[in-house]
Design a protein around this ligand. Sequence first.
Ligand SMILES: NC(=O)c1ccc[n+]([C@@H]2O[C@H](COP(=O)([O-])OP(=O)(O)OC[C@H]3O[C@@H](n4cnc5c(N)ncnc54)[C@H](OP(=O)(O)O)[C@@H]3O)[C@@H](O)[C@H]2O)c1
Length: 217
Amino acid sequence: MKIAVLGTGMVGRTIGGRLVGLGYQVMMGSRTADNEKATAWKAEHGAMASHGTFSNAAAFGEIIFNCTKGMHTLEILELAGRQNLSGKILVDVTNPLDFTKGFPPTLTVCNDNSLGEQIQTAFPEIRVVKTLNTMTCSLMVDPNLIHKGEHHVFMCGNDDSAKKDVSKILMEFGWKTDNILDLGDITNSRGTEMFLPLWVRLMPVVGSTVFQIQLVK
Ligand SMILES: NC(=O)c1ccc[n+]([C@@H]2O[C@H](COP(=O)([O-])OP(=O)(O)OC[C@H]3O[C@@H](n4cnc5c(N)ncnc54)[C@H](OP(=O)(O)O)[C@@H]3O)[C@@H](O)[C@H]2O)c1
């Protein structure tokens, strides 16, 4: 299967590398076809990896991972092209973080809306599945790095079959079925995105980015 990864940051490179390792053909998208980080990522990952513009990648992928800067995601998806995204699953790992006033960042959208919903509203033809945004990217693709993988990942979206397909990829990453919590429709992005103000405050207390949520009853 061909997968697009929109975004050349740490998250896009980490998810893209893991997907190549699992045997997927992966194209990384950027504003520019010759992006330096994408070129280096391709050199590291070989023939199954390629890169191009956001539009090239979106046209290539059967499933799209959205690993773009939250403040610019909507304009990036316009660059990717509606016709290239239509009908496809968009795995949205973004957070609407605004660092313009320094640390800790604020959220550009919250309470009665979320970036996941803004994407779904602006692009009704995309099957948006919000997931993985509540943890650092090394854990997204390898939950067994800590606590024997016994911690939780949230998922939400309006399309049940899209969530099923995304769950299969999460399981390939190492997530156990019982640890993938389907919160329901895309409005539940409000909850997972609003965890970020706590996450950024936990980070200096924990002294690491590699920590996670484990739900206990
Ligand atoms: N870091 C983590 O572990 C982590 C964990 C959970 C969620 N997230 C979320 O994952 C997403 C990706 O994070 P990241 O740190 O890997 O990358 P990032 O720096 O947030 O985003 C990188 C991508 O955004 C594009 N971009 C940056 N500024 C832009 C602008 N002004 N206009 C248009 N495009 C712009 C870049 O395009 P070019 O390729 O053209 O430069 C690049 O592809 C974010 O939404 C973040 O909140 C991150």
